[in-house]
Structure formats: structure tokens, C-alpha cells
Design a protein around this ligand. Structure first.
Ligand code: UD1
Ligand code: UDP
Length: 367
């Protein structure tokens, strides 16, 4: 048997992939059997560079693919071609990617065409509705079809894969690496660089899902506006996602409002500090649904469905959709009913124990 080191190629494209793959990259870097290459599609530019820099990761190859307001087909096509060249050059034994973005779909497809073993971090999340989230449900379902080793964050995500006839010996429940990253960050005691009125309750809000663009997003901004108008002791911090479909709506509807602070995307460190400082969270993000419960912060999920039902079942998150009145009513309850607030703020970490990256590295070593 050859004693050559295993060539592992990690692909990252967007902010959440950088946060969630960083613990795996840092762990693999320490393993002597591993010859690691990091390829950035740069589907996101500054939002990718920020977390990678924070974790001290410099990609070996940066494809620099982001364009202003890029389309799904356009980005997918360019990512496939560019990743194909990168894989040809690095000639890896394994390709590893995390999540359900276009970068992940393109990495999985390219590995499949090149007959390279593909390993998927955060495998098996499903809503079973191809339209929600769009296009992520499609991306992760196709990705699973070509994955050799599925790193499922929870037993539920493993069960989803088993239902799709994935053999049990190809699935490992590892926990979600987002909790590894969170432990890493929390240990550094992050500080929020934005002054917050200590006499007011801070609500942290994020919005960026494609299926929420247009009317649903307008209903969300209406809820935020009404919430601050009805509650003089509430302030909202909303780091605005740079997707033009989000920026235009949010600044148009909420710009200049008293007690609604619109800021550029926070660096990961500041965002975790904001989460820790918040009273509760309004979001349609995937990762934030996992982080907030681990920090004991109630989450109202502004989506019709979620692939992360564990926190909802644990009673620390609520699926509130994008109806203005529902968002308002659920938020008001958290503000007015201390017993209910305590119930939702008791914290839970159904997504992991902070050791997912080690399990992933061990499993790749054993492949
Ligand atoms: C992408 C992912 C989504 C993920 C989200 C995390 C797809 C189809 N979508 O959505 O699954 O939840 O990232 O945030 O894979 N932009 C910048 N600077 C940046 C990043 C984005 O200016 O650093 C702007 C650009 O105009 C870019 C646009 O945002 O074209 C959209 O970026 P894109 O990655 O295509 O979609 P997201 O909405 O960010
Ligand atoms: N995040 C951040 N700054 C922000 C908002 C979010 O660093 O202003 C982090 C957050 O802590 C989480 C990740 O970005 O780890 C979630 O990314 P996003 O919501 O963009 O994507 P999703 O998880 O929905 O795919």
C-alpha cells in the first residue's frame, strides 16, 4: 500500500461556508496524513475574505468569480468551468465542501465528472420542497446523489438520507461544524464595536433568502418598522446582506428610521458579539438558526419551512413565516411575557457539541 499523503481539496464560496469549513480546514492542517488545498470560488468576495482571514486561512487558489447581482445559471456555469481547471491542477483524492450553495453544487458535480471522491459536510438537511429554500434544497439534494461520505449534523439529517436510499455506512453523524466555530469564537470573547443603548432591548435581524425577495421581504420590513414604532424601548440591529435585491428593499423601507440600525455585514466576530448582546433574533438565515439557540437566544424564523426543525422541536425557535402580523405578535409575546421569554431563552444545542471537525478529519483518514 502506498504511504503517500492523502490529497484533500476543500472548496469554499460564501460566508457561511467559510465559517463552517474553517474548523475542518484548521483540523486537517494539523493532520500529517493530509496534503490540503483550499480553493475559493469567491462566490462572495468581501464576505468570504472576512471569515477566512479571521480564522487565518489563505486559499491556495482563488477563482475570484463573484460578479455584481450574479445570476444562478451564470454563476453555476462559471464555477463549473473554473473548478474543473482547479481540480485538474490539484488532482485531489478527495473533494470536501459544506452546505447547499451554488459553489457546493458545482464542486460536487465537478468531482463527479472527474471521478473524484466527494465528501459533504452538513449533509442531509431537507425541507422536501424544491422551492423552499430556493435554490438550496435542489443544490443539496443533487449534491447528496454524488456524495461518497455524508457528514450529517444530526440524527434527523441522517434519517433524511436513509430515506433517499443512501447506504448507512456512507453516513456519519458528526454534529454541525458551526458549533465548533462558535466555541472557537466565544472563547475569544468577541466585542460588539457598535454602541447600543443599554436601556433598550436589542433585536438582531438578518434577511437574505431568495424566496423571500419581493413581497415577503416587504412584509418583513413592515413588521420591523411597526415593532419599533409600538415599542419605544426596542432597537433593531440589521446587518444588511449586500445582495442588491435585499439592499434596495431594506434601505428603502427602513432607512432613516429611529431605532433601526442598518449596517453593512458584520464581521463574524462582531456578529457573534451582537448575538450574545441581543434579546432575541429575527432571521431567515440557516446558520443563525443554529448559533442563536446555542447562545440561549430565542429565534423567530421568518420562513415558511425550515430544514432545521431540531431547535423548533426543542422549543427555542419558532417558525413565524413572513406575515407581518404573525412576526409582530410573536415578537410582542417575547417582549411582554417574561415566562415565555425564559422558556425560549433556556438554550439548546441540538446541532452539535463542538467536535464535528475532528470526527470529519478522522473519517476522511479512514477512507
Ligand atoms: C448565497 C447562497 C445562499 C447562502 C448565502 C449566504 C446561492 C445560490 N446562494 O446567497 O445559499 O445562504 O449566500 O449569505 O448559492 N455580494 C457582494 N459581496 C459579497 C457577497 C455578495 O456584493 O461578499 C452581492 C453581489 O452583488 C452578488 C450578490 O450579492 O452577486 C449575490 O450573491 P450570491 O452568492 O449569488 O447570493 P446570496 O444571496 O449571497
Ligand atoms: N454572519 C456574519 N455577519 C453577519 C451576519 C451573519 O458573520 O452580518 C455569520 C453568522 O454568524 C453565520 C453565517 O454568517 O455563521 C450565516 O450566514 P448567512 O446567514 O449569510 O447564510 P446561511 O447560513 O443562511 O446560508
Amino acid at each position: 500500500m502506498s504511504s503517500r499523503r492523502k490529497r484533500v481539496l476543500c472548496v469554499v464560496g460564501t460566508r457561511p461556508e467559510a465559517v463552517k469549513l474553517a474548523p475542518v480546514i484548521l483540523t486537517l492542517r494539523q493532520r500529517r496524513w493530509c496534503d490540503l488545498t483550499v480553493v475559493a470560488t469567491a462566490q462572495h468576495r468581501e464576505m468570504l475574505d472576512q471569515p477566512l482571514g479571521l480564522f487565518g486561512i489563505e486559499p491556495d487558489c482563488d477563482l475570484d468569480l463573484m460578479r455584481e447581482n450574479q445570476g444562478l445559471v451564470d454563476f453555476t456555469a462559471r464555477a463549473l468551468s473554473a473548478l474543473d481547471r482547479a481540480f485538474a491542477e490539484a488532482s485531489p483524492d478527495f473533494v470536501l465542501a459544506q452546505g447547499d450553495t451554488t459553489t457546493v453544487l458545482a464542486a460536487a458535480m465537478t468531482a463527479f465528472y472527474r471521478r473524484i471522491v466527494f465528501c459533504h459536510v452538513e449533509a442531509g438537511l431537507r425541507t422536501n420542497n424544491l422551492q423552499q429554500p430556493f435554490p438550496e434544497e435542489f443544490n443539496r439534494t443533487v449534491t447528496s446523489m454524488v456524495t461518497r461520505l455524508h457528514f450529517a449534523p444530526t440524527e434527523r439529517s441522517k434519517a433524511n438520507l436513509l430515506r433517499e436510499a443512501v447506504p448507512a455506512d456512507r453516513i456519519l453523524v458528526t454534529g454541525n461544524t458551526v458549533i465548533d466555530a462558535l466555541h472557537w469564537m466565544a472563547a475569544r470573547r468577541p466585542v460588539l464595536p457598535i454602541p447600543i443603548d443599554p436601556d433598550k432591548r436589542l433585536i438582531l435581524a438578518t434577511v437574505h433568502r431568495r424566496e423571500n425577495f419581493g413581497a415577503p421581504l416587504a412584509r418583513v420590513t413592515a413588521a420591523i418598522r411597526d415593532l419599533v414604532e409600538r415599542n419605544p424601548l426596542v432597537q433593531v440591529l440589521l446587518p444588511v446582506h449586500p445582495n442588491p435585491n435585499v439592499t434596495e428593499r431594506v434601505f428603502h423601507d427602513l432607512g432613516g428610521l429611529d431605532r433601526v440600525r442598518l449596517v453593512p455585514p458584520l464581521d463574524y466576530q462582531s456578529f457573534i458579539a451582537a448575538l450574545m448582546r441581543s434579546h432575541f433574533v429575527l432571521t431567515d438565515s440557516g446558520g443563525v438558526q443554529e448559533e442563536a439557540p446555542a447562545l440561549g437566544k430565542p429565534v423567530l424564523v421568518m420562513r415558511a419551512v425550515t430544514e432545521r426543525p431540531e431547535a423548533i422541536e426543542a422549543g427555542v425557535a419558532r417558525l413565524v413565516g413572513t406575515d407581518t402580523e404573525t412576526i409582530l405578535a410573536e415578537s410582542q409575546r417575547l417582549l411582554d411575557d417574561p415566562g415565555w421569554y425564559r422558556h425560549m431563552a433556556r438554550g439548546a444545542s441540538p446541532y452539535g457539541d463542538g467536535h464535528a471537525a475532528e470526527r470529519i478529519a478522522d473519517a476522511i483518514a479512514a477512507l
